[in-house]
Design a protein around this ligand. Structure first.
Ligand code: ATP
Length: 415
């Protein structure tokens, strides 16, 4: 039996007055129509934690889409309805968004149902949520404004900073809840309880059924909000890392690359963070291809696979020779592979050679086609060839001035 709690004072104290006003207005409208309206989810969690929130998720006991449509019309806003989910989003003229969802209910036919019946419907709705801390609702109707429905001890869990799932099949139903859990752990400094951790460990086969795009989507959200080291370490602890990301390996090389390459160079880039998990063995990178979704990610990964697969003897050659093979590689790719040799393989000589090549290459060209024309030469297809020869010779340290370069080309054209 729940103790009766009311969060009206939290609403007044922590929500912006216009938001609190909107909630009251929605509650009054619902009551007029013989319906009941509640706020739910993150807003209640944030309020109990004495934080502001703008996240208006409203449960309507009844037909939320038609309620939302009428509300939008009254407020001169727009409504977007998802009929099959029984949900609707209203965007008000000042761009504030209000989400409405229907609590499954038989009581719509019988508006005078007893509160207990009514609450059993909303209880079912809340039971399908991710964690108890997000599974509360509070009335926004007059008379009961702020009355909290907390069937699963969410309040207590917030105070204890604990993430508890609602039932044993929670992660099986939706494995992305594990990733949501990590976001809340990080953001709120909460921790999954022992059961939530155990259930995550047991959810492997369900996690594997997630589509690539869902996994990637959730990973994006995860890394947008958390420190990647924290999240990857937690996924590893929960023994689900390679269920979400096949063949991923959280080892020495991943940690080094994350710390020295991905984090400093690519802030909040889920793609680069996750690539680090595929560096423990030479052939592992090819298994990361499923992560590359954009054209640029595909290009980068293929370049990385190619460059990291070249034998170290290749990189020990003269810079001019390296240039023959790598002239079209982007600096970003060379830096990445240099970091790979340094931090993952502890091969400092190759790493330095790559950086040396990349730095010296940036100082090119010594000579341009326009310089040749200015020197009185007739433009020809050979220009390109000779200019490239100049680049190679410059990289080898065989020439350092434009004058020398010009002499070199003139000499070649005369032979
Ligand atoms: P945030 O502050 O990140 O917006 P939130 O809790 O409001 O946190 P939303 O993604 O906006 O998160 O979801 C709103 C509510 O919907 C949650 O509080 C939770 O009750 C429920 N919910 C969202 N995603 C899931 C899910 N995958 N499984 C179960 N319930 C979910």
């Amino acid at each position: 039996v729940q103790k009766k709690k009311n969060i009206a004072t939290y609403i007044k104290q922590y929500l912006q007055p216009p938001i609190a006003f909107l909630l009251e207005e929605i509650g009054i409208k619902a009551e007029k129509e013989g319906l009941h309206a509640y706020i739910t989810g993150g807003m209640i969690r944030d309020l109990i934690m004495e934080r502001p929130s703008e996240d208006m998720d409203i449960i309507i006991e009844g037909d939320a889409p038609s309620f939302a449509a009428a509300y939008a019309e009254e407020k001169m806003g727009t409504v977007h309805i998802h009929e099959s989910f029984g949900t609707a989003t209203v965007t008000l003229p000042d761009q504030i968004k209000v989400d409405f969802s229907s609590a499954r209910t038989e009581y719509y036919e019988r508006p005078a149902s007893l509160p207990t019946v009514r609450h059993s419907n909303i209880r079912e709705d809340l039971y399908r949520r991710d964690f108890t801390i997000n599974a509360m609702a509070a009335s926004i109707c007059p008379g009961t404004f702020g009355d909290l429905l907390d069937f699963f001890k969410g309040w207590e869990d917030i105070k204890e900073k604990t993430l508890r799932v609602l039932h044993n099949l929670s992660y099986v139903e939706d494995p992305t809840r594990i990733l949501r859990g990590l976001r809340f752990e990080y953001r709120l400094s909460f921790r999954m309880d022992e059961r939530a951790e155990r259930l995550a460990k047991e959810a492997g086969s369900s996690i594997k059924t997630l589509s690539n795009s869902r996994t990637i989507n959730e990973m994006k959200l995860l890394f947008k909000e958390t420190d990647p080291y924290f999240s990857l370490e937690r996924l590893y602890e929960l023994d689900v890392l390679d269920d979400f990301l096949p063949h991923a390996y959280w080892g020495f090389r991943a940690k080094e690359m994350l710390e020295h390459w991905a984090v400093p160079l690519y802030r909040e880039s889920w793609f680069h963070y996750l690539l680090c998990l595929y560096m423990e063995k030479p052939d592992l990178l090819a298994k990361a291809r499923f992560l590359a979704v954009s054209k640029e990610q595909k290009r980068f990964l293929e370049s990385f696979i190619y460059l990291s697969g070249l034998p170290r003897s290749f990189y020990m050659q003269r810079l001019g020779t390296i240039h023959d093979a790598l002239s079209s590689c982007r600096s970003e790719d060379l830096e990445a592979v240099s970091a790979y040799f340094k931090y993952a393989l502890s091969d400092y000589a190759v790493s330095e050679a790559l950086l040396d090549y990349q730095t010296k290459r940036q100082q090119l060209p010594l000579l341009r086609g326009t310089d040749l024309i200015a020197a009185g030469m007739t433009p020809s297809r050979d220009f390109r060839h000779y200019l490239f020869e100049v680049e190679k010779a410059a990289l080898n340290g065989e020439m350092t001035t434009k004058q020398e370069a010009l002499q070199f080309v003139t000499g070649r054209l005369q032979t």
